[in-house]
Design a protein around this ligand. Structure first.
Ligand SMILES: Cc1cc2nc3c(=O)[nH]c(=O)nc-3n(C[C@H](O)[C@H](O)[C@H](O)COP(=O)(O)OP(=O)(O)OC[C@H]3O[C@@H](n4cnc5c(N)ncnc54)[C@H](O)[C@@H]3O)c2cc1C
Length: 426
């Protein structure tokens, strides 16, 4: 079993010639080489700006290269609940923003000719308990009443049989606009196109200091060299290294984990998942699964409320393997070929944050729902940095620090117990 991301293992390496050490002067310094930073760098370079992208590790080495590859439309939050909290208009605006973000990923892959297996598979949210199905019905009603996503529909337990061959679920809610893609190929493709358009990409260059010189330009300092820049975009996920403690107090880094089986063959997978969708169950500490282009089953989830590191990933892999066997008993003996983890950048309300603070542009807090939104916000921030007007759906959100959070998520085990209890009781 490889302790690495299947997506990165099955994507080509980033092949642009090495830029050497960070140096010189640039219009924009982008900090972070995930989807948001790469989409911003590509957009800026295509607009004629000079761009230096500084990435602490390898390009795509964190969440963007380690996720489940679901490019889902609609909000992460239950839409009916979001309407109660924020009102129908605001909730609808957020939902539509995610729809737009999926369209952007699709059109970017097409216009940049990035082969990444993007397809509109649809997402099926499956009820782990009968009461959860009633909640899904309320969500479906609310979406239809608001006219936001009329294609969504409910599937009762009988109809579910045409979608998934498992007795574990009590009905489902289908969002046909959701997509899947090979995130390794997509992300490496973005990096290649950005480099071809003139962006200078520096892997292994963690930003350790940001200074403003007398002329109001930024000096962006890494252990390998510095660049000076007129503008800086922080696209680092919020919880990584560097002088960003204001952001770290507002982002909770939570581990999320994935296992991928041996190739199972198309026919065997069709018998288990005839609907060929992305599947997500309704538990707080739940699971999601999809097939890969080479007919493996990818099975992920939070598994444990813990940070990601090699030991933690392996422990979580064992938890996921048991959940996989419970969901699909015929796969209990399937070989696991990949097991890995990554960090999700959660905000307290699970809505992203993006804007400008003290002259520093930022977008982060995608809260496990960023394959589409990180790409869109990278483009939005690139447009803002050029001084053009653009709709930023998250502009008006306040952003207080998470109480008691000083950068290290000491409270994660307690949060885990809380959600486990909710899953037991509700
Ligand atoms: C296991 C897992 C499964 C997921 N599944 C899904 C899914 O199926 N669908 C979905 O929509 N979302 C999913 N997500 C979330 C999604 O992957 C993220 O929201 C998205 O990739 C965020 O992109 P980003 O560019 O903001 O951050 P990242 O991809 O984390 O990129 C930030 C980069 O900044 C770099 N960095 C940090 N600090 C510094 C510094 N000081 N200097 C230089 N560089 C720095 C990091 O090394 C990193 O490469 C998942 C996440 C995980 C971890």
């Amino acid at each position: 079993m490889k302790p690495t991301s299947y997506w990165l293992d099955s994507a080509p390496d980033f092949s642009a010639p090495a830029e050497g050490v960070p140096h010189g002067s640039t219009d924009v310094a982008v900090i972070g080489g995930g989807f948001s930073g790469l989409a911003a760098a590509l957009s800026l370079a295509r607009a004629g700006a000079s761009v230096s992208l500084l990435e602490a590790g390898p390009v795509l080495g964190e969440a963007s290269g380690r996720n489940g590859g679901q490019c889902n439309n609609g909000t992460l939050q239950d839409f009916a609940g979001l309407c109660t909290k924020l009102g129908v208009d605001q909730a609808s605006e957020y939902y539509r923003a995610y729809n737009r973000a999926v369209d952007i990923v699709e059109s970017l892959a097409e216009s940049e000719r990035i082969e990444c297996d993007f397809h509109r598979s649809g997402k099926l949210k499956i009820a782990a308990k009968p009461a959860h199905y009633e909640k899904l019905a309320r969500t479906c009603d609310a979406l239809h009443a608001a006219g936001v996503d009329p294609q969504t529909r409910l599937l009762d337990k009988a109809a579910l049989a045409a979608e998934i061959n498992s007795d574990a679920y009590h009905g489902g809610f289908l969002q046909p606009l959701s997509a899947q893609l090979h995130v390794g190929k997509f992300g490496i493709g973005l990096a290649e196109r950005a480099a071809q358009a003139g962006a200078r990409i520096y892997p292994d260059s963690p930003v350790i200091r940001l200074e403003r010189d007398g002329s109001a330009r930024w000096r962006v300092v890494t252990p390998r060299g510095d660049v000076t820049a007129s503008q800086v975009l922080l696209a680092n996920g919020g919880s990584g290294p560097g002088p960003f403690s204001w952001f770290r107090r507002r982002i909770v880094p939570v581990g999320s984990f994935i296992v991928v089986t041996e190739p199972l063959g198309e026919a065997r997978l069709d018998s288990l998942l005839p609907g060929r969708r992305s599947y997500v169950n309704t538990l707080n500490i739940g699971n999601y699964f999809r097939r890969t282009p080479d007919h493996r089953l990818l099975f992920g989830g939070r598994a444990r409320f813990a940070v990601s590191n090699p030991r933690s990933d392996a422990k979580s892999g064992t938890v996921l393997q048991s959940a996989l066997a419970r969901t699909f008993p015929t796969l209990a003996q399937a070989r696991i070929d990949y097991c890995w983890g990554g960090t999700v950048d959660l905000t307290a309300d699970r809505l992203p944050r993006a804007g400008e603070r003290d002259g520093l542009y930022y977008c982060m807090g995608f809260s496990g729902h960023g394959v589409q939104m990180a790409v869109m916000m990278g483009q939005v921030m690139a447009t803002m940095i050029q001084g053009k007007s653009v709709a930023n759906p998250w502009a008006e959100l306040s952003w207080p620090a998470v109480p008691g959070h000083f950068g290290k998520p000491w409270f994660l085990p307690m949060v885990g117990v809380y959600y486990r209890m909710l899953d037991y009781l509700q």
